[in-house]
Design a protein around this ligand. Sequence first.
Ligand SMILES: NC(=O)c1ccc[n+]([C@@H]2O[C@H](COP(=O)([O-])OP(=O)(O)OC[C@H]3O[C@@H](n4cnc5c(N)ncnc54)[C@H](O)[C@@H]3O)[C@@H](O)[C@H]2O)c1
Ligand SMILES: [Zn+2]
Length: 356
Amino acid sequence: MRNVHVDLGLKSYEIEIERGLLPRLGRKIKTLLPKAEKAAVITDSNVGPLYASVLKKSLEKEGIAVTVLTFKAGEESKNLQTLGTLYDGLAEAGLTRSDAVIALGGGVTGDMGGLAAATFLRGVAFIQIPSSLLATVDSSVGGKVAVDLPSGKNLVGAFYQPKAVYIDPDLLKTLPVRYLHDGLAEVIKYGCIRDRDLFVTLENIQNDAELLNRADEIIETCCNIKARIVEQDEFDNGERMLLNFGHTLGHAVEKTFHFDRYSHGEGVSIGMVLLTRQSEKLGLTEYGTADRIAALLQKFQLPVNVKMRQDDFLRAIALDKKKRGSSLTLILLKKIGDSFLQKVAFSNLPDFLPGK
Ligand SMILES: NC(=O)c1ccc[n+]([C@@H]2O[C@H](COP(=O)([O-])OP(=O)(O)OC[C@H]3O[C@@H](n4cnc5c(N)ncnc54)[C@H](O)[C@@H]3O)[C@@H](O)[C@H]2O)c1
Ligand SMILES: [Zn+2]
């Protein structure tokens, strides 16, 4: 068993990583929340049929009554309407504040289940069981929960920490390969911003099977990095921004292609490489870094370039919610494993974007 402690004072929690954990979670959850008599398992239409019944049985064995609430898989479901149906389900199940909401699924499930938990009855104990690589290394840790609005992603949300995160890497065996690579883009991001050793480990992994074999240690490393950053900056006013490496350009790519050509991880993949090429040109990044990142991403079929003009980037970035005033903060690398925040005036932004 691998354990990562997230130290947030009274809101501290454990991330437990172990293969074969899912069927044993009933006992763990009963121990963690001894007063819980009911649990609502929120899951999506892909993950639910694969794993919800195992979890349900395990909880029922401990005397916890379980209601499974399943929504249609996909980012399109991460909205107020689906959230509304979840609230109805929680109310119908008769959940009280001493009961538990359990998110079983990818980042969409965790974000939306977390927001439901944060707001139903003004807050019910929340547990994350992430099932996508992205969710295990990123979205399940740190307490950001949200749904999308038609006008933008994650615009309605909260900071609401889970009581525990339980990761069973065996669940990744059924994850479609495109999503595995999508999450891997974020793993590579952690290597870039904080951990040269992780980056080298990934360079030495030859294929997906090997990646899945080493998932436990990779997930632990990433959770440790994220936990330390979140501990420093729970509410995302400073250091937590480092996690946005590649994201400003990546969001611009996702948005320009209407969120249907490139997934989030693919956008980030392109963003990390294009930004690093520019920062190399500006003499801010060690020479050769962009090529090295690109080679690693391409080994896992991630894209590292895009047909977009500088104007397309500028237009999309101008609409980004993270923009503050007349400048924005970009995350740049000194070299692999070493990142810093760089405030950039909008007038200088073209220097950091691929040419016309
Ligand atoms: N809260 C945060 O800090 C944070 C950070 C990063 C991303 N996010 C959010 O995370 C979301 C993306 O997460 P995601 O990529 O996990 O999306 P997702 O939840 O849609 O999962 C991706 C796909 O994989 C399927 N799936 C997941 N686990 C599976 C498994 N074990 N077996 C078979 N299929 C499985 C899902 O059904 C879905 O079709 C976005 O909404 C993003 O905004 C949040
Ligand atoms: Zn991301």
